[in-house]
Design a protein around this ligand. Structure first.
Ligand code: NAD
Length: 463
């Protein structure tokens, strides 16, 4: 079998790499319209950072895994084509929801329709609105050449950045949605056969197409909802003396609730949670279900509130002014083990501090300096790019970032921050020295003993 994947990004790359590793009998070609991205996939410096990815790519590249810009040949030769392109959020719209912009999915479908000379199974890997397969089928059928048959499947990806390789190797479940026809069942069986190379059959769940499409939006909405739920309680804890970590443990030990994803923090980020919930809200608004839309809107509002609340807490603690004060930001990625900064909480924190006149010293082990400057000079940021560039310094090591600063803010839960020499950091900072632990990863008791004022999420400030 020959497989093609259109879109060599955070999902297409790791997914095809693991598939190639586990399916030596399948030839996989990963294509992208970006020649720069493909060149990186073919080089020693891959375009994305994921633990374990380098090794898998090195093993399979040019054996049964190929990276190419020759989209036409890859589509022509493939029996099965994954569409794994980006599905960003549209900026227009009247309500609070935001439609998914399917222009890249549409363009991939049009390319397939134009190029295909034999039967194809087309698989939606991208996260799409429920019933998107109908639109893809519409494009394919409208341009169908005689004798060519298309099947469309939904196969949403549940990997999380930072743990993508492990998630793909040991997936909780693989979800495949297809048409309830004989051809539909045969197409599902072919895709299932690929996954059965490494995923136990009982973990491969098949549904109708619409259930599969909606399940992906639902899964992300549920995950984000848990974070917003515990974050909402973190504000109650700070006001009352309850400790959100203790509450999370007590609540999570109930087997009906479970302990995962109950970590209070500065807020969720990443390219998916907010985008997919906004899309769900948009769908609900269009289905004339305003109460359902309002329900999911709360998850996003709570996340925005948490990011603002944390930023405000920093300002208030520093005598209500950060003007011309140096503040160290440790971590800029939206989570550890990735260099991805899309929707990262660090942007809100930095933006708020910059608006109040702070000078920022930023360190992240994996985010490129240009990316940080790009994010902070984005048109949505109110400060002018010139001011931002003057006020921000990017560092290549954490100790230089904290030197002579009034406060250290943890925005990403990188493991290396836990093991920093805080005695040395304390000595190099201005006094009083503050730490704002937005990820609850540090040993606060020890930091108190060293002399720091420590503030965190979901625990009343004690001195
Ligand atoms: P990405 O932006 O990293 O990669 C998408 C790639 O598609 C880009 O390299 C782009 O150049 C390419 N592309 C777009 N249109 C193309 C076309 N017509 N022909 C060839 N290449 C084209 O996106 P991503 O993070 O990999 O996400 C892809 C999809 O998977 C999205 O729908 C996303 O919501 C979903 N998803 C993402 C994650 C995640 O953690 N990033 C997890 C699960 C699902």
């Amino acid at each position: 079998m020959k497989v093609c994947c259109i879109g060599a990004g955070y999902v297409g790359g790791p997914t095809c790499a693991v598939m190639a590793l586990k399916c030596p009998d399948i030839v996989i070609t990963l294509v992208d319209k970006s020649s720069e991205r493909i060149a990186q996939w073919n080089s020693d410096k891959l375009p994305i950072y994921e633990p374990g990815l380098d090794e898998v790519v090195k093993k399979c590249r040019n054996v049964n895994l190929f990276f190419s810009t020759d989209i036409e040949t890859a589509i022509k030769e493939a029996d099965l084509i994954f569409i794994s392109v980006n599905t960003p959020t549209k900026t227009c719209g009247n309500g609070k929801g935001r439609a998914a912009d399917l222009k890249y999915v549409e363009s991939a479908a049009r390319m397939i329709a134009e190029i295909a000379q034999s039967n194809k199974i087309v698989v939606e890997k991208s996260t799409v609105p429920v019933r998107a397969a109908e639109s893809i089928m519409h494009i394919l059928r409208a341009n169908q050449k005689p004798g060519i048959h298309y099947d469309i499947l939904s196969n949403p990806e549940f990997l999380a950045e930072g743990t993508a390789i492990n998630d793909l190797l040991n997936a909780d479940r693989v979800l495949i949605g297809g048409e309830e026809t004989t051809e539909g069942h045969e197409a599902v069986a072919k895709l299932s056969w690929i996954y059965e190379h490494w995923i136990p059959k009982q973990n491969i769940l098949t549904t109708n197409t619409w259930s599969s499409e909606l399940s992906k939006l639902a899964a992300n909405a549920f995950l984000a909802q848990r974070i917003s739920s515990i974050n909402s309680l973190s504000a109650v804890c700070e006001a009352t003396g309850a400790d959100v970590s203790e509450v999370a443990r007590a609540v999570g030990l109930d087997s009906r609730i479970g302990s995962k994803f109950l970590q209070a923090s500065v807020g969720f980020g990443g390219s998916c949670f907010q985008k997919d919930i906004l899309n769900l809200i948009y769908i609900c608004e269009n289905l004339n279900l305003p109460e359902v839309a309002a329900y999911w809107q709360q998850v996003i509002d709570m996340n925005d509130y948490q990011k603002r609340r944390f930023s405000q807490k920093i300002i208030e603690s520093l005598f209500n002014t950060v003007s011309d004060k140096r503040i160290a930001i440790l971590g800029f990625a939206f989570k550890k083990n990735t260099g991805d900064t899309r929707e990262t909480a660090a942007i809100t924190v930095c933006q708020t501090l910059l608006e109040e006149g702070a000078k920022l010293d930023i360190y992240d082990p994996k985010v490129e300096p240009e990316q940080i400057i790009d994010d902070l000079t984005h048109p949505s940021v109110t400060e002018s790019p010139e001011n931002v560039k003057k006020a921000v310094q990017i560092h290549s090591d954490p100790y230089s970032a904290v030197r002579a600063t009034h406060a250290l803010v943890i925005c990403t839960e990188w493991d290396e921050f836990v093991d920093l020499d805080f005695q040395r950091i304390y000595q190099s900072m201005m006094k009083p020295a503050y730490i704002f632990d937005g990820r609850k990863i540090l040993d606060h008791e020890r930091l108190h003993q060293i002399g720091f004022h420590v503030q965190t999420i979901g625990k009343k400030y004690q001195r």
